[in-house]
Write a protein that binds this ligand. Structure first.
Ligand code: DC
Length: 223
């Protein structure tokens, strides 16, 4: 079974995906973390985002692994745990430009399909219901107001010891939303058959209950 969750940056996609994966004992795949790990590699190796040959070569040297330990989603880049580093500002600043590159998207989509083969997964991202798994069993498109999303991201970063002004957080989110939804390759958009969840005024529990109801209703219809 595939549950696809797409939506804007910092709107609670991963929180919902993790909770659903835990509830149903499915595998959680955070595809944003994969694009972030690629962006980190490009930063470290000063890969020119205009140079297709350099990008292709770099991608051949990138091996990603996702793992879940005690409820924490971990991301490994060539065997190194980069889960914390990929959340830093330097990565957030370039990741949307990296995620626009066709070669990068092709490799990530291939990875994502392979990781899900013969498994039940909850996958969150921007193009899961539209491109990676257009046949997903259940699709959600999650959203919240920009004020609420900025506040949540600000608190999340603060908790991780990363200090940023709230207006800087908001600017970064708006910039990424714009790049993600206007790029040519697989832009962020709601799949026609995705269930819309605006969680601005929902608690995490309420959001989980709503999503479970949708999944269980769907399963009843299918049986
Ligand atoms: O979900 P996130 O903020 O960690 O995602 C990081 C970036 O990766 C974001 O700018 C959008 C991009 N992304 C994407 O293009 N496709 C996905 N499936 C997941 C993320």
């Amino acid at each position: 079974m595939i549950i696809a969750i797409d939506g804007f940056s910092s709107c609670g996609k991963s929180t919902l995906a993790k909770a659903l994966a835990q509830f149903y004992d499915f595998i959680f795949i955070d595809t944003g973390a994969m694009y972030r790990a690629v962006a980190l590699y490009f930063l470290r190796h000063e890969v020119d985002l205009e140079n297709q040959v350099a990008i292709k070569e770099a991608l051949e040297n990138i091996h990603l692994q996702l793992d879940n330990q005690d409820g924490n989603a971990l991301t490994y880049l060539n065997g190194e745990d980069v889960s914390k580093e990929i959340r830093q500002r330097k990565v957030a600043d370039i990741v949307s430009d990296v995620a626009k590159i066709d070669l990068v998207r092709t490799k990530m989509v291939e990875y994502q399909r392979k990781m899900s083969k013969d498994k039940s997964v909850v996958m969150d991202g921007r193009d899961i219901g539209t491109v990676v798994f257009p046949e997903a069993d259940v699709k959600f498109f999650v959203t919240a107001t920009i004020e609420e999303r900025s506040k949540r991201r600000f608190l999340e970063l603060k908790q991780k010891g990363i200090m940023m002004e709230i207006h800087e957080v908001q600017q970064n989110l708006l910039k990424r939303d714009h790049i993600d939804s206007t790029r040519k390759n697989s832009p962020l958009k709601r799949a026609v058959d995705a269930f819309l969840i605006d969680n601005t005024y929902l608690s995490q529990e309420e959001q989980l209950d709503l999503a479970r109801k949708v999944i269980e209703d769907r399963a009843r219809v299918d049986n």
